[in-house]
Design a protein around this ligand. Structure first.
Ligand code: HEM
Length: 397
């Protein structure tokens, strides 16, 4: 692929801020997306196993509705968090993203409907299971398969977008233009590694779940011990599977001895030890976050190298500084997002820790954070719409 074609595909308006910032935000937000993808697939997958045990086993009877609920919420979060890396990708790697979306246009349409149908069926599964203990098995399995398929489609877009040398062959195989939009590419080992991470993620989630509930008198010691030990088993086995698939992936693309790859291997070994001991799963989760960021950085490194070798460096993307947009973005993401999420998390934590009904209006921290969130949102709306209207009328009047 000629670099001039890639450069011509860039946005002539340039990027509104320094590309390295978008790159860092891409790495951060993809890691967040992946965290909830893995939690959704892991908890949903485990809940399907649970539907077979739920009727006869008192522990699964309590745990399974929680797993189903975790999957349900995680899907909505993964969708929201998927938008952010999507935006950053199309800012700095727009040639890649749009070519992949054109070549695989039909799959892009299918992706949207896959997600809608898969998520609606998840609700069906949720309600069926709520109505009858152990209910919704078949619907749950179908919904799970559909959502895994959504991940496979996402993988196709990511992989196609980093194959610029093959784009021409995909667009016009043997010189005959193919506008069907059915291009589909997979790298089985890369995909297997990504999806396998769902097992250790749900394992560490269960360790946290057990630790969190251990302070509540209405959850028996037997329940707390069982969930912790199940979490440990899943975490250890899952990490071993992920470690092997990761090494195979790195070997395949010749990155195994790269410092970043070695850092991931060290991270996985540390995780393995922490999960096995299960002394403090909250610390394990902190290490998991670091490893997730490293994996996200690895994906970015692979793409960056492929493109740099072709003469396309994101660092040379023309910059057309637009400070107000960046200020607005940072304000929205860090301040509004930060305070809002802190409010929701504080409330969720206290609801879970509290026995009986929790009244947020009587809790100082929850009330304060709630009031701040509301005030910041009102201010945000005034600024956002006021500013938009001002620019609009300033330009047209
Ligand atoms: C159940 C639904 C989904 C699943 C299971 C899923 C899973 C995945 C996986 C496994 C990858 C990594 C692919 C790879 O690197 O090989 C990925 C990447 C990504 N996903 Fe998702 N995803 C889902 C929904 C979404 C949605 C709704 C969005 C956007 C709104 C989104 C945005 C992204 C983006 C931007 C990437 C990175 C693409 C790139 O780097 O080229 N995902 N997703």
């Amino acid at each position: 692929m000629d670099a001039s074609i890639l450069l011509a595909l860039r946005d002539p308006a340039g990027v509104p801020f320094y590309p390295v910032v978008f790159q860092a935000l891409y790495v951060l937000t993809w890691a967040l997306h992946a965290a909830f993808v893995l939690l959704a697939l892991g908890s949903m997958g485990l809940s399907i196993v649970g539907t077979f045990k739920q009727k006869s086993d008192p522990i699964w009877k309590v745990m399974n509705p929680h797993l189903i609920q975790t999957g349900k919420i995680s899907i909505s979060i993964l969708i929201v968090l998927g938008v952010a890396p999507l935006l950053f990708t199309q800012v700095i790697y727009d040639p890649n993203w749009y070519v992949a979306n054109t070549l695989s246009g039909m799959w892009v349409f299918i992706f949207i409907y896959t997600l809608i149908v898969g998520y609606i069926m998840y609700y069906w599964y949720y309600y069926a299971n709520k109505k009858i203990e152990g209910g919704g098995k078949l619907i749950g399995i179908i919904s799970f398969a559909i959502l895994v398929f959504a991940g496979i489609l996402m993988h196709n877009f990511a992989v196609t977008s980093i194959m610029p040398n093959d784009w021409m062959q995909m667009y016009a195989p043997n010189g005959v233009v193919d506008t069907s939009g059915w291009t589909f590419n997979m790298e089985i080992i890369r995909l297997a590694f990504m999806v396998s991470l769902a097992v250790p993620v749900v394992g560490i989630f269960l360790q946290n779940y057990s630790r969190f509930l251990s302070t509540r008198a209405d959850f028996s010691k037997e329940f707390v011990d069982y969930t912790a030990s199940l979490g440990t088993k899943l975490g250890v086995v899952g990490l071993l599977i992920s470690a092997v698939t990761f090494a195979l992936w790195m070997l395949q693309i010749d990155y195994l001895l790269h410092p970043l790859s070695l850092a991931i291997v060290v991270g996985v070994v540390v995780l393995l030890l922490l999960v096995k001991q299960n002394k403090n799963s909250y610390i394990t989760t902190g290490v998991l976050v670091v490893v997730a960021l490293l994996i996200s950085a690895m994906r970015e490194l692979i793409r960056f190298d492929i493109m740099a070798n072709l003469g396309y460096s994101i660092y040379e993307y023309p910059v057309n500084l637009e400070i107000p947009s960046i200020v607005m973005f940072l304000f929205t993401f860090l301040i509004m997002g930060g305070v809002g999420v802190a409010w929701l998390l504080t409330m969720a934590w206290k609801v879970g820790k509290n026995q009986g009904v929790f009244d947020g209006s009587k809790d100082v921290a929850v009330t304060k954070l709630g009031n701040y969130t509301l005030a910041i949102m009102v201010l945000w709306m005034v600024v956002y719409f006021g500013w938009g209207m001002f620019i609009l009328f300033n330009n047209i009047l």
